[in-house]
Write a protein that binds this ligand. Structure first.
Ligand code: CA
Length: 333
């Protein structure tokens, strides 16, 4: 035998074996398209990481960044359907555009799990393979309201001693259901807890964004310095912007003597760090990892023809098609 021939044969066999294994793996592994409203969102990044981790080895995933543009996301969906995905996971850019998305996926006949940004559930009910995984938006606000009460009870922040807590409010988006619920329930819960609240200025709508919140807070401080006793923000990114503005004029500095309590939502790494350093007062944890794991498990169940919630430990809420991942408050170590 010429030297080398055996090696060639062995190589051919290995190549064939490898081709066989990969074909078998591909046949067993479903293809899942994942549409994200935008990658540049701290909380959504935690969900994306959890999705990647949970689906690793169980599905071939194709994830796309909608970049905050619904038209872009619609195009991405068209491509995914054309490529014959076995299931689609959608984080809507504009939740009000969900009916078009549902119609397209319904035509393709594949399951879809929406998460985080909540479409009208009646729209989802038009397709038996559509589900939603989200949170109970009111709960985040209520937990903020409870944090307000515990801060008020420290008897340290009524600067003008009028028995009322003067606050400014940072809202994510004008018509977003989560933003509306957090804004309303944080205040109503604090009032229910017996805290007298008085808003300073208009509600600042800052698109969930740190830089916009910092600008708004700078203006608010310029007009009302010494009158603001509390900051409530729909998310931690805006809370961080408010803290940046406060820090610039000597409040909320680590180890400093002047603190205006700031409360957010999301428990981002940055906010948890700020709370642990004593320059922020509280946040509400939206468990991105639990969200990603639930979405993955439900999607795989639906693709495999099982009951969607099998083995997940979750139950549907009153709608019968939505699962709510619970929040938890965080006020420091
Ligand atoms: Ca006061």
């Amino acid at each position: 035998m010429r030297p080398g021939k055996g090696r060639v044969m062995l190589f051919m066999c290995m190549l064939l074996a490898a081709m066989f294994v990969s074909t078998a793996a591909m046949a067993a592994s479903p293809r899942i398209g994942i549409l994200i409203y935008k990658y540049d969102d701290t909380y959504i990044s935690t969900v994306r990481n959890a999705l990647n981790k949970a689906l690793d080895g169980k599905a071939q995933i194709s994830m796309q960044d909608g970049k905050g543009d619904q038209a872009t996301q619609n195009d991405q969906l068209d491509v995914m359907i054309e490529r014959g995905m076995d299931g689609i996971i959608v984080n809507m850019v504009d939740a009000q555009a969900a009916s078009g998305v549902v119609d397209k996926i319904k035509k393709a006949g594949i399951p879809v799990v929406f998460f985080n940004r909540e479409p009208n559930l009646d729209v989802l009910k038009t397709y038996e393979k559509a589900l939603f995984v989200g949170t109970n938006a009111a709960d985040a606000g209520k937990m903020q309201g409870d944090i307000v009460k515990s801060i008020w009870d420290e008897n340290k922040y009524d600067i003008n001693k009028d028995g009322k807590f003067q606050y400014v409010m940072f809202k994510g988006e004008p018509d977003n259901p989560e933003a509306i619920a957090r804004t309303d329930f944080s205040v109503s819960q604090a009032v229910l807890n017996g805290v007298k609240l008085e808003q300073i200025g208009e509600t600042f709508v800052c698109n969930w964004d740190t830089a916009l919140a910092q600008q708004a807070m700078e203006s608010a401080l310029a007009a009302n310095e010494g009158k603001i006793e509390l900051v409530i923000a729909n998310n931690d990114s805006m809370a961080m912007g408010a803290i940046a503005a406060l820090s610039n004029i000597g409040y909320n500095v680590e180890g400093g003597s002047k603190l205006i309590p700031v409360i957010g939502v999301d428990a981002t790494d940055q906010a948890v760090d700020a709370i642990n350093r004593g320059i922020m007062s509280g946040t509400v944890k939206q468990d991105g990892e639990a969200m990603g794991n639930a979405v993955s498990a439900i999607m795989l169940n639906m693709i495999n023809g099982k009951a969607p919630l099998e083995g997940t430990g979750y139950k549907y809420d009153d709608s019968g098609i939505a699962v709510r991942i619970p929040y938890s408050p965080y006020v420091g170590k």
